[in-house]
Design a protein around this ligand. Structure first.
Ligand SMILES: *Cc1c(COP(=O)(O)O)cnc(C)c1O
Length: 479
């Protein structure tokens, strides 16, 4: 098997290298979407599933067709989503993890992967400024609580885990008796939908999400917190948590964490910061102030597969007091959970997952390939590019931005409201030249750019606006 493996791995590596080159040079479309039934045909899925033998020349042919129908994140005109353009070292780590398949939630099932996860969690905690655990279960040091965390398959699961920890703290009886009827969550309208899903899953009920007042940029207004809290109490509800964005998904806005954190501390409310996208700014000296006050949080979610160039998925749930996470799951499973004398720690107490992939290796390999400084430089570059694109767009007579960006996410549109952004987007995507997304802000639809690709430059934005003007003229020659 070894010789076949290496030969096939070479085929894969060469195909990917070629793919990368084509994407960078823009020779291939950033996106192409053949119909599903056609893809099932051209990929010969039926035949391969029946006959097997996906290797050698067959593998080569298959990969070529497969890669032709991928959305090319490495293409500089990939501007649509928050999914990282993965660093190649992270992709190789995914291969190593897949091959070794160490389900490392129990230390003995993957010591190296567990050590890496442990290290990665500590590294992330240090970036927040929370004291981190030493080689044993978290405890309280004389200086205060010790932070802890776990890596999960994505920010959505991470948000659920954090709110579960909050529930265990406020209402530990919920695990046995069910969720008390008087719990509610304070959350801004700009929160990611995974927060409301978590409320549904946890039995809090989405109708018990209390909206926090926000300014025109969708940022929580700290001067209105008292009011929201009072109203909630008048309705006989207890706040399970207050959720803030760092940053918001649609517009990339950071909530004023310091003031919110201060309020939560005073009222003894669990403060959850959803930094799935934007917590990466903590690595940057220049932009870490976007999260000023984050250390006042009780929990933070941070996706490495967004701003940290890591292949999907690798998300962290981090808590200021590790005991809160260990209390989140009060599960018994004798074959896994038992007192043991072992040289490492188990993560299984802290996560929904049982068979758990060694996610830390993917992020760690990116970090170790780039080094911290170059990772920070990348984040600086992408945030700065969004600012430059904003200034460029604002100078155009026919375009505008609803707000100045705070991160690498930028929304914009034609000033002329008769031009439908969704039609423009559809045609850009069909051309295969640009891939961008759209969002609703203040009752208006905008196009949305997320600067993830380290190869995207301001010139791509010049080209984008020119293409959009051409499309708009074709759509309505009189405009
Ligand atoms: C992307 C995102 C999420 C969801 O994370 P996944 O890893 O996609 O599950 C949650 N919150 C915010 C603010 C996000 O931007």
């Amino acid at each position: 098997m070894t010789s076949g493996f290496v030969a096939n791995a070479r085929i894969v590596a060469e195909a990917l290298e070629n793919y990368h080159r084509e994407s960078l040079s823009r020779r291939a479309p950033v996106i192409s979407q053949p119909p599903l039934s056609q893809l099932i045909e051209t990929l010969e899925l039926e035949r391969l599933a029946t006959e097997g033998g996906l290797e050698g020349d067959g593998l080569k042919r298959f990969l070529q067709r497969y890669l032709e129908a991928t959305t090319r994140l490495h293409h500089p005109a990939y501007l649509a989503h928050q999914v990282a353009v993965p660093h190649a070292s992270g992709a190789l780590a995914a291969l190593v993890d897949g091959f070794t398949n160490n389900a490392m939630a129990i230390y003995e099932m993957g010591p190296a992967a567990a050590a890496i996860e442990y290290f990665v969690i500590r590294w992330l905690l240090q970036k927040i400024g929370w004291p981190s655990e030493r080689c044993r279960a978290p405890a309280v040091s004389s200086a205060g609580p010790i932070g802890a965390g776990v890596l999960t398959h994505g920010g959505s699961l991470a948000n659920l885990t954090a709110l579960l920890a909050a529930r265990a703290k406020l209402a530990p009886e919920a695990w046995h008796l069910g969720t008390p009827k008087d719990l509610a969550v304070l959350v801004p309208a700009a929160a990611h939908y995974s927060i409301s899903r978590a409320a549904g899953i946890l039995g809090i009920g989405v109708k018990n999400l209390h909206a926090l007042e926000a300014d025109t940029r969708g940022r929580i207004r700290p001067d209105r917190l008292e009011n929201a809290w009072g109203r909630m109490r008048d309705q006989g509800r207890r706040p399970l948590a207050l959720v803030a964005n760092a940053c918001s998904t649609a517009a990339g806005m950071y909530d004023p964490l310091d003031e919110i954190g201060h309020f939560c501390r005073e009222r003894n409310i669990w403060f959850h910061v959803d930094g799935a996208h934007g917590a990466g700014a903590l690595v940057s000296k220049r932009y870490r102030s976007c999260l000023h006050g984050v250390e006042k949080a009780d929990s933070l979610v941070w996706d490495a597969h967004k701003l940290m160039r890591t292949p999907t998925l690798c998300a962290a749930v981090l808590v200021r007091d590790g005991r809160d996470l260990d209390g989140a799951f009060q599960q018994e499973a004798g074959y896994l959970f038992h007192d043991k004398d072992q040289p490492g720690i188990d993560f299984i107490h802290r996560t929904v997952e049982c068979t758990k992939a060694g996610l830390g290796l993917k992020f760690f390999s990116v970090l170790a390939a780039l080094g911290e400084k170059r990772l920070a430089d990348y984040i600086d570059r992408q945030f700065r590019l969004a600012e430059e694109a904003y200034r460029y767009i604002e100078r155009q007579p026919d375009f505008e931005c609803p707000m100045r960006p705070m991160s690498n996410i930028l929304c914009f549109g034609f000033r002329d409201r008769r031009i439908d952004p969704l039609q423009i987007r559809k045609r850009l995507i069909a051309s295969g030249d640009f891939y961008l997304s759209s969002t609703d802000l203040n009752q208006r639809r905008y196009l949305r750019l997320v600067f993830m690709n380290p190869e995207t430059s301001l010139e791509d934005i010049h080209g984008l606006l020119d293409s959009m003007r051409r499309i708009a003229r074709l759509m309505a020659p009189r405009i």
